[in-house]
Design a protein around this ligand. Structure first.
Ligand code: DAH
Length: 339
């Protein structure tokens, strides 16, 4: 029995030496020390020993158990240390590797111009509303007093989706939606994309951007229109900017004007940016036509209003002296990074 105990001790230690995982160590514990293990099997035979031998063997068996337990503990400790070292090695950060540069994004020049406009108009009490790009003929033309034979209604100028649905050609459609859903006083701007069936060149794109504006209240006059738009133009182009109102025509305003600002590049002398005229046209505007007000359920005898439509792309190109509108839409990083 004594020899058997020695053998168990030697075998267990050898097995532990060879074990390469905590699971293997656990299996060894069960094999030698478990309830059905080899050491337990020996102890069960104690009954057959003489009373003198029993305590001697008992003590020896306990010693063997103690030694195996200790060897197991040592083995587990070593394994834990090894696993930790391996993990640390795997997770090690090589601080000598050069980093991955994160490119900083920036606002597109159209968006930064729009943000400036929003700030300017918000400070004057306007709110910002949104309208759909897919519009009905009614909102885009009819309610805006655009007659059926107006050239803008032609297929050559407008992208029709069905007989009565189209891609809006002007953000003015949002004026109607706003007047239908709200009561005066109204002070809003409506920025967004608009579409026209134009060929692409340095000054035309089939999709471009407008910022519509609308003010409706009692006693609104042309003076309010002039003051508001002059203020906007000076904040965008600089406080010495001159603003010119030219008579014009739009079906939904009466009277109508087009607004030019003095060219910030040449100061009005005439240059490439203003095409020699000294002035840059930035928007159309006017007093809301009484028929348009009435069509939206607003009594033109009580209320009046003004409206304007800013060409955002043109405002952006002239502001940054960009000579070709296509640059705004091509998303060439070399161009965009300059802003
Ligand atoms: N919708 C016009 C256009 O696309 C611009 C415009 C002119 C808007 C006069 C207005 C306005 O609100 O009053 O050419």
């Amino acid at each position: 029995m004594k020899q058997k105990l020695e053998e168990i001790k030697v075998q267990a230690k050898a097995a532990l030496e060879a074990a390469d995982s905590t699971q293997a160590v656990d299996e060894i514990r069960v094999k030698f020390l478990g309830k059905k293990g080899e050491l337990t099997a020996i102890l069960k035979q104690m009954g057959s020993l003489s009373p003198e031998e029993r305590p001697v063997m008992g003590q020896l068996a306990n010693e063997v158990r103690g030694e195996i337990e200790e060897a197991i503990a040592v083995s587990l400790k070593e394994m834990k240390a090894k696993a930790q070292t391996a993990r640390l090695e795997k997770e090690a950060v090589d601080i000598s590797i050069s980093g991955k540069r994160k490119e900083n994004g920036s606002l597109h020049p159209i968006n930064s111009a729009l943000e400036d406009l929003i700030d300017i108009f918000r400070s004057m009490g306007f709110d910002v509303v949104d309208g759909p790009e897919v519009e009905t003929e009614y909102y885009n033309f009819e309610a805006l007093n655009v007659p059926a034979d107006h050239p803008a209604r032609d297929m050559q100028d407008t992208f029709y989706l069905t007989d009565s649905m189209l891609l809006r050609t002007q953000t003015s459609a949002t004026q109607i939606r706003t007047m239908e859903s709200r009561k005066p006083p109204i002070r809003m701007i409506a920025p967004g994309r608009v579409y026209r069936s134009d060929d692409v060149d340095a000054t035309h794109s089939p999709v471009f951007h407008q910022v519509e504006g609308l003010v409706v209240d009692k006693g609104i006059t042309m003076c309010d229109l002039k003051g508001t738009l002059e203020q906007m133009a000076r904040e965008i182009y600089g406080k010495d900017t001159k603003v010119k109102f030219r008579p014009s025509f739009f079906p939904f305003t009466e009277p109508s004007v087009e607004v030019d600002v003095s060219c910030s590049e040449c100061g009005g002398k005439g240059c490439r940016v203003c095409k020699g005229s000294g002035w840059i046209e930035i928007l159309g505007a006017g007093m809301v036509h009484p028929r348009v007000l009435a069509g939206c359920g607003i009594d033109p005898e009580v209320y009046s209003g003004f409206a304007f439509g800013i060409g955002l792309d043109r405002l952006t190109t002239t502001r940054h002296k960009i000579s070709d509108i296509r640059l705004l839409f091509e998303n060439d990083m070399r161009f965009l990074k300059q802003f």
